[in-house]
Design a protein around this ligand. Sequence first.
Ligand code: GTR
Length: 415
Amino acid sequence: MPASPVVYLAAIPLLAATIGFARADGWHANPEVVGRTTHDHPGFNFDEAAVPPYTLPAVLPPGANIRTPDAWRARRADLLDLFRDDVYGWSPGRPERLEFERTEVDPLAMNGAATLERVVIISHQEGRTHRFGLTLFLPNSRQPAPVFLLINNRAASNTDPTRAQKSGFWPAEDLIARGYGVAALQNGELAPDDKSHFTEGVIHLFEGDRTERSPHTWGALGAWAWGASRVMDYLETDPGVDASRVAVLGHSRGGKAALWAGAQDERFALVISNESGEGGAALNRRTFGETVKAINDVFPHWFDATYKTYNDRVKDLPVDQHMLLSLIAPRALYVASADEDLWSDPRGEFESLAASSPVFELYGDPAIAADAMPPLETPLVVGRRGYHIRRGVHNLTPYDWARFADFADHLGWKQ
Ligand code: GTR
């Protein structure tokens, strides 16, 4: 038995089964960061010792006898419906008619390393029309190429198609150099991120001027995720894209939308959550950082109306977020946290990933133990799941992207 029984699984995949052991060197919040964050968010808990005990609903209920992938499919469908009913709301599928208009193709982008495609995705429904844009760079070194699609929740300048502005939030050149395509949609073009205006995008396309909304219907997160699926509709038609290897990812609220897109749309082969926190990867029942009530109070337009009824009774929610992560199986899943982003509850994100283990085990992957959180900047890769916690604040950075690309390499997506 080695001194530390926890192995770096990317390096020694054959020993992956040993991940059931606790990890003494794992991440712990820096007390200085805990103090600062507690000061900045009065009334919220950032003290690990003060997290009240909680019990997660079982993703595979004892007695339900779910022992095979086939048996899981029925449970999966039920869980997905619970997330639709109680959390994100029901989203429509494809519109009556969908068109793709390529407005630009530049085969000499990035000094000849990439082909830039700009596409307008046009949806028609009941006489109404909605448009949103897609920016896509494909490596000239290989096509069809796997693609990373970012649901961009920050300024559009972060995903500048002209590359006059370059941002570490979307380091497109780095991805191209590694043989990966990289794409972005702008979340606000699907649903403005504003509680008074969020229905003005694609929700209006489907609902028109109706003002009565079901308590189980979609909000902004559902609309952003819907956009990712329409991008996938386009990517499936593009001969430069390997549509069997498309990753959807997002940061923070964009990460919540990416998880929801990946849960609903099984065409995404890899789903990546970067610091998605509450309503994303983090466990609702763990009272640390942002809470269900806080998110619903400040961002009432993100989730459905039913979710708000759980503000003060989270333990009654029929689901928790490890079940959302479970819905990604048997596809690949990567969760990333940041050391100074305690609002997103890094440990709650990791424990949620660990608690998705019973479903990934059905597909032959080893379990991840809840106490196996790795140290800072030491990625953990177990079968088709990966995790890291980066130094620094709430952000999506070139470090994160490089680890996502490493993970794709590990999945066999490498050029
Ligand atoms: C915060 C919100 C988080 C996260 C974040 C972001 O204000 O509380 O849940 O979504 O915004 O999107 O950066």
